[in-house]
Design a protein around this ligand. Structure first.
Ligand code: PMP
Length: 433
């Protein structure tokens, strides 16, 4: 098929429900750049939604996967152990945010891993209900759709969804303040009130602790707007969980694997999850996800009740081992913090600037998980996004708020970051003009 016909073919034959930022057809990727079939080289500040964290086609990851393809592609976890699977466990064990997290189960996608965590929580506690945060995203399967509270589009017209899911506000009071009220007249500066109190009330009014298996939380809200919680919030959740024998499940699918400048986001607040959910960056683009918990909990599940044909694929696991090695050898976290500071400084400078500042409502985030929330109601984020695209840069929006998110590869070079900052600031300036 001729290159010029590819996008048209895709629009005709690929499911509309997917939805796309663009109709570019990607052909190759290297480091922080992707190249389209039309030969357009674009700076990728999306990392395929926080997945290719070590850049596209990281040489060591590619080599490990290529070697594994020639050795063993598929073993099947319900038949036997697979060498790369066990090597991945060995690589991840010392990276866990708490030593109690010592028993793993690997899946393919983030959603499947979230569902595996729901199964674990129900089975281990013999309780059914779960609590999620408003604004959270956990996936698009039937179980996870019920848990996803970032945008109604994910669940609209797909009901009935999994029952037994309750929600409480995630603390980002700025989102609730006056400028976001529908008519701009209300002055509820603190309308989400105390989110910990809300949780306590929920456990009294709607789902009793004796019926509640787990609280699921993204330590940094992802699709809900790149919102880090205030200090003390996750510790308060931990306390409530301990008090009521409820499991604390941290979904680090988006914020984990170095994205926030620590290996896992919970480390910023020194909180111990009962279950940690991983995906995206774990294998730099190969389909792989997983949960980790303590053996005592995981061993409660009946043998055979977990598993799946492709779960913990050997090639993906081999890629994951190479990712873990690269994190150490290439001092990835140092780069995240250095490049993250450069980008955040630039965004904050645009916020302070008398001309561009009027477009900006908030700059937030940790490491290279950064957001620029625009002044509501004007569609600025999509305008800036479109300008970036014109300048050969891919960026994403997030949440119901007019927010751009920046998630470049964690090993982005200083030069590529400088190029990215220039495009973003030029785009903001042009929209402000
Ligand atoms: N949890 C979180 C926090 C996510 O950000 C995502 C994906 N954006 C998922 C779960 C679902 O992962 P997947 O798309 O791989 O199913």
């Amino acid at each position: 098929m001729s290159v010029s016909k590819l996008a048209e073919f895709g629009v005709k034959h690929v499911a509309r429900g997917i939805g796309r930022l663009s109709n570019h057809v990607l052909e190759s990727g290297a480091g922080s750049y992707v190249t389209t079939t039309e030969g357009r080289k674009m700076l990728d500040f999306t990392s395929g939604i926080g997945v290719t964290n070590l850049g596209h086609c990281h040489p060591a990851v590619t080599k490990a996967a290529q070697e594994q393809v020639g050795t063993l592609v598929h073993g099947q976890v319900n038949i036997a152990f697979q060498k790369p699977y066990l090597e991945l466990v060995e690589s991840l064990l010392p990276m866990m945010p708490h030593k109690s997290l010592d028993t793993f189960f690997f899946w393919n996608s983030g959603s499947e891993a979230v569902e595996a965590a729901v199964k674990l929580a129900r089975h281990a506690t013999k309780k059914q209900n779960i609590i999620v945060m408003q604004g959270s995203y956990h996936g698009r399967t039937f179980g996870t759709m019920a848990m996803t509270r970032s945008k109604t589009i994910y669940g609209e017209n797909y009901a009935p969804l999994m029952p037994g899911v309750f929600s409480v506000p995630f603390p980002y009071c700025k989102q609730c303040s006056i400028s976001h009220s529908t008519d701009g007249k209300f002055g509820f500066e603190n309308c989400c009130m105390d989110p910990v109190l809300q949780l306590e009330l929920l456990l009294k009014r709607e789902t009793a602790p004796s019926d509640t298996a787990a609280i699921f939380v993204e330590p940094v809200l992802g699709e809900g707007g790149y919102v880090p919680p205030p200090a003390g919030y996750l510790a308060a959740l931990r306390k409530i969980c301990d008090k009521h024998n409820i499991l604390l499940v941290c979904d680090e699918v988006q914020c984990g694997f170095g994205r926030t400048g620590k290996m896992f986001a919970v480390e910023h607040w020194d909180v111990r999850p009962d279950v940690l959910i991983m995906a995206k960056g774990i294998a730099n683009g190969f389909p792989l996800s997983g949960i980790v918990s303590r053996k005592e909990l995981m061993d409660k599940q009946n043998p055979g009740s977990m598993g799946g044909t492709y779960a913990g694929n050997a090639v993906s696991c081999a890629a994951g081992v190479a990712v873990a090695k690269a994190f150490k050898e290439e001092k990835i976290l140092d780069n995240v913090n250095a490049r993250g500071a450069e980008l955040k400084d630039a965004l904050q400078a645009a916020w302070k600037d008398s001309k561009t500042g009027k477009l900006i409502y908030d700059v937030r985030g940790l490491g290279l998980m950064l957001a620029l929330e625009c002044t509501p109601g004007k569609g600025y984020a999509s305008k800036i996004q479109a300008k970036c695209m014109e300048k050969d840069m891919l960026v994403l929006t997030t949440s119901i708020y007019d927010t751009l998110r920046f998630i470049p590869p964690l090993n982005i070079t200083k030069e590529d970051m400088a190029a990215g900052i220039k495009i973003i600031t030029d785009a903001i300036n042009e929209v402000a003009a």
